[in-house]
Ligand binder design. Structure first.
Ligand SMILES: *Cc1c(COP(=O)(O)O)cnc(C)c1O
Length: 421
């Protein structure tokens, strides 16, 4: 261990030991049992322990992106990455922060053959005062654990990984962009690594985290996108894996997206079943706003029925809209009009009729990368269903919610959702 690593560990031990619960141990051979009591007679295996972190700093830091230079999404990576190995026999090993670089896999690694891979997308923001915060990281840790359990990959203590994310981001703090609308995109990934060509629960795994500075998704302001109402391909099905952030859900969507693009549309609007239920917008959750019969507005998103990815942005939009309805007013949201929030199924027929009758107010997608994406039209069964869009591309609900939500993320509005790094 180098001197600097030793010093780093000592400092970490002092700062972290006070705040962190002790590492949890878990019974071998049982997936998804984090925090549960060990079964009698089974050996206890170590969980992830942030206090065991070993840091190997890069000797050749990369050039930081020039301020103001456009940052294409996911092309630039910071100096360091986090790696935590797991084996069935020994549990989670000591976490490592290393220079960003290649990972070694044997060609028989199960992830390559059977897609045992789950990931997350989350962001950290630099505030005007120089502090860096992560947005709702507990939600991402919970979701990654759910994804892991769905693939029989090992689960883990999310609090320990949040502590390790803080250490990683502190080390690469210079990489968190300061410009408005910029952030550090964080990509935790969990893969099965044992080299055995049999379809079975992975016996070895790697949890790693890489970080990428990103600019605003829409640098020139909101541009409402055209969607293609897709019925030729499906993203998710009942009993499938649509509700989990698994690599396996994304590769098959690429040809569907290409088909939509060659027909002149930007993304797929995934429609389910003979009723053509609206499910998701590309890799975003879908929201629709209708005029209510009583003069108010209804904000609708499809329910979490097993086909919908439980988005952190989706949850945040719902919480803010429900808060507004309950009196915690959001600036710019319609006053005097009731805003009703529903999680219910919506068919393409309902949207199409609402478009014709004037009942449709707006339709948008939500996700970490772009936060909110307004939609201008949907190609559906040979013609275009037109969606109203407001000034600047945003509607009467999406505009104020976007402003409030990004205000929280950037630290202009204090909120418990922000976790200081
Ligand atoms: C990641 C993702 C979302 C959005 O989730 P957020 O947590 O809001 O980023 C929505 N749908 C799909 C299919 C996704 O992969």
């Amino acid at each position: 261990m180098s001197l600097s690593t030793a010093m780093f560990r000592t400092r970490l031990a002092h700062t972290a030991r006070r705040q962190l619960p002790a590492r949890r141990w878990y019974a071998a051979g049982v997936s998804g049992d984090v925090g549960k009591d060990a079964k009698a007679g089974q050996p206890l295996l170590p969980g992830i322990d942030a206090l065991q972190l070993q840091v190997n700093k890069t000797a050749s830091p990369k050039q930081l992106p020039a301020p103001g230079a456009p940052l294409l999404f996911g092309r630039t990576f910071t100096d360091h990455m986090l790696k935590i190995r797991w084996t069935e026999q020994a549990g989670w090993e000591a976490p490592q922060i290393e220079p960003y670089g290649t990972i070694n896999l044997v060609p028989s690694a199960v992830v390559i053959h059977y897609a045992q891979s789950a990931f997350e997308g989350m962001k950290a923001y630099k505030r005007a005062d120089g502090n860096v915060t992560m947005f709702r990281p507990d939600m991402n840790m919970k979701r990654l654990n759910n994804s892991a359990a769905r693939l029989a990959l090992p689960t883990f203590d999310g609090e320990q990984v949040i502590e390790l994310l803080k250490q990683l981001i502190r080390l690469d703090k210079e990489w968190v962009p300061e410009a408005p609308g910029h952030s550090l995109y964080i990509r935790p990934t969990l893969i099965g690594t044992n080299g055995t060509l049999g379809v079975q629960p992975p016996t070895e795994a790697l949890l790693f985290v890489i970080c990428s500075p990103v600019g605003p998704y829409y640098p020139t302001g909101f541009k409402p996108v055209p969607l293609y109402g897709t019925t030729e391909y499906i993203r998710a099905a009942p009993g499938g894996t649509g509700a989990y952030k698994l690599a396996v859900n994304y590769a098959p969507g690429v040809v569907a997206q290409k088909a939509a693009a060659s027909a002149g549309y930007q993304q797929n609007l995934w429609l389910h079943g003979p009723e053509h239920y609206i499910t998701e917008v590309g890799t975003m959750n879908a929201f629709i706003v209708f005029h209510d019969a009583d003069g108010g507005l209804e904000l609708v998103t499809p329910p979490l029925d097993g086909m919908i990815l439980p988005g952190v942005t989706r949850d945040s939009v719902l919480a803010l809209a429900r808060g507004h309805a309950a009196g915690a007013r959001i600036e710019g949201m319609p006053v005097g009009k009731k805003v009703r929030v529903s999680e219910r199924p919506v068919t393409m027929e309902e949207v199409s009729e609402a478009s014709t009758s004037g009942r449709l107010v707006e339709l948008f997608g939500t996700g970490t990368a772009a936060v909110i994406t307004p939609v201008e039209k949907i190609g559906y069964q040979g013609s275009d269903v037109l969606i109203p869009t407001g000034p600047g591309g945003m509607g009467p609900i999406s505009g104020p919610i976007w402003k409030h939500l990004t205000g929280i993320q950037n630290g202009l509005i204090e909120h418990e959702w922000n976790v200081v790094v």
